[in-house]
Design a protein around this ligand. Structure first.
Ligand SMILES: *Cc1c(COP(=O)(O)O)cnc(C)c1O
Length: 384
């Protein structure tokens, strides 16, 4: 095994960032192609930047964000956070008591790891399922969670979404929606309503997913709950700082639905090209992906690597040889090792898809060449 635990994941991420720095310094930013779908950004004018003081910044930008954030997310009030994970943690710290139950319905497992981890921290019993008929709400449930769109962009069925909310509200239990990418993917590409408009009490989105904002979280929902959660957020330092709030505000203002819609059609072209050479690529709403298991199935050489390790090595070859950034190389511990090529953000707009397909193929051929040599693979992932 190459990447065995959270520490290994932190180390591979550090190495990926070193490689990116080296590429930018030696060949310029244009040598990189960030296809993670999380390329984020920091849109701000010099006059706005000059207002980024500890108290002046929030006075201006948090007010403006109330307006813009509510338009984007719905709900009565919004709360900017350091990350989506911070919002999930704060909600669970606030609403979930020790020994109570938390139930989670999502289109496909796994859940984002911040959800089970937060439940564990407060000593709650956590249940999750992706089979709607198996979803139920036991006695002593303090929170019902729905994921709008999973880490791999599997989008929830709207009728099931409504039914889960109804089941929870029949019992007076609040519903938190993890809408990290869903707040845009579900609404723009699938024409679903905003989570708050469907009745969610709390909804959280990630401000660098499928929009030109910074890594951060934006919570929206019922004012009474947000006020309670905000206390925990401030007590534990989970809030977004003024620079992030400014960039969130401008990121949302600059969010262009057409980018998602265009990538929705271009992904079929990319899929068609890849499908001639591979058996296990799948489309996502805004690109293509191959799971670690799918990648393993493509291999026709003998090797002893785990499925996830294959995905990590593949992701590093794409980065080192072609400057293509995919999530497994740069992700935080616990993230999915699925390789996704997302066409919805800046670097993808002018990409020649035939060329991209060739780079993917040549990286895969290299993976086949090195897979037998575990030391070499370790070097690809951990050394610069
Ligand atoms: C990305 C993601 C998160 C976490 O977002 P962070 O900003 O990294 O904390 C949570 N849930 C889902 C479904 C995600 O895709």
């Amino acid at each position: 095994m190459i990447v065995n635990n959270s520490l290994d994941e932190v180390k591979k991420r550090e190495n990926a960032l070193l490689i990116i720095k080296h590429l930018v310094e030696n060949s310029g930013r244009s040598s990189l192609f960030d296809l993670t779908g999380l390329s984020g950004g920091f849109i701000a004018s010099p006059s706005e930047i000059s207002l980024l003081e500890t108290y002046v910044g929030p006075a201006i930008f948090e007010q403006d964000l109330q307006q813009v954030g509510k338009e984007h997310m719905g709900g009565e009030k919004v709360l900017p956070l350091n990350r989506t994970s911070s919002g999930i943690l704060a909600t669970i710290l606030t609403l979930v008591g020790e020994g109570s139950n938390v139930v989670h319905y999502l289109a496909r497992l796994p859940a984002h790891p911040s959800i089970p981890r937060s439940c564990k921290l407060v000593g709650a019993n956590y249940f999750e399922t992706d089979v709607f008929d198996e979803f139920s709400i036991p006695e002593n449930t303090s929170l019902v969670i729905v994921t709008g769109s999973t880490m791999d962009h599997q989008v929830i069925d709207e009728d099931e979404f409504k039914k889960v909310i109804e089941m929870a509200h029949d019992r007076d239990i609040p519903v938190m929606v993890d809408d990290a990418s869903g707040a845009r993917l579900r609404t723009v590409v699938y024409n679903q309503p905003k989570a708050c408009d469907l009745g969610a009490d709390i909804s959280i989105t990630s401000t660098d997913k499928l929009m030109p904002g910074p890594r951060g979280g934006l919570m929206a929902g019922r004012k009474d709950l947000i006020d309670e959660i905000k206390v925990k957020v401030n007590q534990f330092g989970l809030e977004a700082q003024p620079p992030a709030v400014l960039a969130m505000l401008n990121g949302i203002k600059n969010f262009d639905e057409n980018n998602l819609i265009n990538s929705f059609s271009r992904k079929d072209e990319l899929f068609g090209l890849l499908d001639e050479k591979f058996d296990n690529f799948e489309t996502t709403p805004t690109g293509v992906m191959i799971s670690p298991e799918g990648l393993a199935d493509e291999m026709d050489v003998s090797h002893e690597l785990s499925d996830n390790d294959l995905a990590y090595v593949f992701s590093f070859i794409l980065l080192k040889d072609h400057g293509i950034i995919t999530i497994p190389a740069v992700s935080m511990p616990g993230a999915s090792a699925t390789i996704r090529f997302d066409l919805s953000t800046n670097d993808a707009f002018n990409l020649n898809l035939k060329d991209l397909c060739k780079k993917i193929e040549s990286s895969f051929n290299k993976l086949q060449d090195v897979a037998i040599n575990e030391d070499k693979c370790r070097e690809i992932v951990f050394s610069f």
